[in-house]
Design a binder for this molecule. Structure first.
Ligand SMILES: Nc1ncnc2c1ncn2[C@@H]1O[C@H](COP(=O)(O)OP(=O)(O)OP(=O)(O)O)[C@@H](O)[C@H]1O
Length: 593
């Protein structure tokens, strides 16, 4: 569980229990059978919305095809009952298993696609299943009437019993979502949504996490579909695999709020009664009024609250509660000093990283061309070079973001080239990226925790490692501050802390000082010096020469993908080749004064 999760879960659990009891009390007094059915449908669609949210909301990959899992669940229950006489009490859990298994089969090929292509591919699955159901002659599967033993066959004469069961299913789906969102599961998924590459570089096995999320989501949708079949007593492709079903899952979550378990609940509680009431009152005059309601809801929410009702209300509330523009006071004096830096690194003399003949081309462009260098343990190697010289590509080839064409890189004698990004991270290579990505609404601690989870540390140790990393970067006073209120310097340090939380032996820092003022640069440099004093080995790409001269033990100059020079910073910056290729005439003039 994430820090602070237990009291939060308790609080939210009590609110949820209160809401569900109130809902049951209302449904107990409704006598009209149409509205009784509507009260049963609200929790069912909320469960489908929650299932969509567990995958698309947390991972950020839009699914237009959740009807596939829902429909499979509905057909599983209906066919098991009609063909094998199997009670829905067993059929519904089996529907969840079928939904999860379908998610595995769908995920395997579809995770190769990204963005819009993924969303469109998901659309194809329920369509395919719908045609298959028609082809197999399952155009209309009616559940046999077994009113003699209502409990055994889940066929009750009093529709309010279905509402109670639907609320029970919703409570279960909410409990699952709450645990997911407040655990390493949810945080890992959110990290993937924020930046897949950075998440993998932090040690997360992105494909595995996505698959787990889709399977859980498929299972929840399958159970919802299975129960839906028991409520309607008839299953048709249009009703359970149709476009409106997928749209309903998506719309209730988008309307209520994406990436939070409250979202689908709010969305279903507002949209389902609205569309069903309009359907009841105006359905004969305007057929398909539900589609109009969902379309209008999407347009309205996109215009007025793009992240959904929940976030819009919560953010407004938070702004009123804390009217200051930033939760972080501005005075720099308040920033506690990072660990005191020793003037010189502990020279271990031992080589930690040995790179030989590393090459990477993009078509005809040799972005990294036969690069060799080594890094002494406990030292800082600065990498400089003109824009487009191949510095970032070299980092990418080193830590597995891109496959290297040739070459080797041994860390402590162990080859890292050819391994996956998350494996290299787990071997002790931490990395930051040029563009910082944070989870703005989550506290700094949670943002940093991702690095510790990625390294595979168990829950308690992960929190300890994250707190240690926060202390080492001098951000202790901001531990509970939301990342959205941090300054550029604090965000840079937060990213550094995230890399440190995985307890790396080697840090790859890509332009950590980019966009910072002189004072801010100094503060970050102090942190880096502190880390070196602790024995951390760092390779840093940086354009700010004054910073490089102050911090680097050695400089490596790259130009057109090749090593132009390597050595002590003072010697390197006086090298004519380096001056001509990178530093320029102004630098030469300054040097010759
Ligand atoms: N994925 C890619 N596909 C094709 N070409 C690429 C790709 N990534 C980088 N390049 C090219 O490779 C060369 C090296 O780029 P790289 O980003 O590594 O340079 P850099 O030294 O890090 O530059 P900067 O200092 O501007 O970040 C550039 O010409 C760039 O356009």
């Amino acid at each position: 569980m994430r820090p602070g999760a237990t009291p939060r879960l308790r609080r939210h659990g009590m609110i949820l229990a209160g809401l569900l009891v109130a809902y049951l009390a209302i449904s107990a007094v409704v006598t009209n059978s149409y509205y009784q059915l509507m009260l049963t449908l609200v929790p069912i669609w909320a469960v489908l919305g929650l299932s969509w949210n567990v995958f698309s909301g947390y991972v950020g990959l839009t699914s237009f095809g959740h009807a596939a899992f829902f429909g499979l669940g509905a057909y599983t229950v209906a066919l098991l009952l009609t063909m094998l006489n199997l009670t829905p009490w067993i059929g519904i859990p089996l529907a969840a298993v079928v939904g999860a298994a379908a998610a595995l089969l769908i995920g395997l090929p579809t995770f190769r696609l990204r963005g819009h292509y993924f969303a469109l591919a998901m659309l194809a699955y329920p369509l395919l299943m719908s045609y298959l159901a028609q082809y197999l002659g399952y155009n209309e599967v009616s559940l046999p009437m077994r009113r003699d033993e209502p409990v055994t066959w889940m066929q009750f004469t009093d529709p309010r019993v279905y509402t109670v069961l639907a609320v029970g299913l919703l409570a279960l789906a909410m409990a699952i979502s709450m645990v997911v969102e407040n655990s390493r599961f949810g945080l890992s998924l959110m990290a993937i949504r924020q930046n897949e590459l950075a998440a993998e570089a932090a040690g997360l096995n992105v494909r595995q996490w996505k698959m787990r999320a889709l399977m859980l989501s498929g299972g929840m949708a399958g159970a919802a579909g299975g129960f839906y079949a028991c409520v309607l007593l008839v299953v048709t492709p249009e009703a359970v695999l149709g476009m409106l079903v997928s749209a309903q899952a998506l719309v209730v979550a988008l309307f209520g709020g994406v990436g939070t378990y409250w979202g689908p609940l709010i969305g279903a509680a507002i949209l389902i009664p609205l569309s069903e009431t309009l359907h009841a009152e105006l359905g004969e005059i305007i057929p398909g009024i539900q589609g109009v309601v969902y379309g209008a809801a999407i347009i309205l929410i996109m215009l007025l609250a793009p992240e959904g009702l929940y976030w819009s209300i919560r953010d407004r509330w938070a702004r009123q509660a804390a009217p200051r523009p930033s939760p972080v006071p501005e005075a720099p004096a308040r920033v506690p000093a990072a660990p005191a830096a020793r003037p010189s690194p502990p020279p271990s003399g031992k080589t930690l990283l040995e790179v030989r003949g590393l090459s990477k081309s993009f078509g005809g462009l040799r972005a990294v061309d036969d690069v060799s260098f080594s890094v002494v343990q406990g030292s800082i190697l600065g990498i400089i070079g003109p824009n487009g010289a191949g510095k970032t590509t070299m980092f990418n080839a080193l830590n597995g973001v891109l496959p290297a064409d040739r070459g080797e890189a041994r860390m402590d004698g162990e080859e890292i080239i050819g391994r996956k990004l998350f494996e290299i991270c787990r071997m002790g290579v931490g990395r930051t990226f040029q563009v910082v990505r944070s989870f703005p609404r989550l506290p700094l601690l949670d943002n940093v925790l991702v690095g510790a989870y990625g390294a595979g540390l168990p829950d308690e140790e992960a929190v300890t490692a994250a707190r240690e990393a926060i202390t080492r970067t001098g951000l202790t006073h901001l531990t509970d501050a939301p990342a959205g209120g941090l300054t550029s310097k604090e965000l840079r340090l937060m990213e550094l802390a995230r890399a440190l939380a995985g307890r790396p032996r080697l840090l790859l820092l890509d332009e950590t000082l980019a966009g910072l003022g002189r004072d801010e640069c100094d503060a970050v440099l102090d942190v880096l010096k502190g880390l070196r004093a602790e024995g951390m080995t760092t390779i840093i790409i940086e354009h700010t020469m004054h910073a490089m001269l102050r911090i680097a033990d050695e400089l490596l100059v790259i130009d057109h993908g090749r090593v132009l020079a390597q050595g002590h910073p003072r010697e390197v910056v006086e090298d004519r080749k380096v001056i001509e290729a990178y530093l320029g005439r102004k630098w030469l003039a300054r040097c010759s004064k």
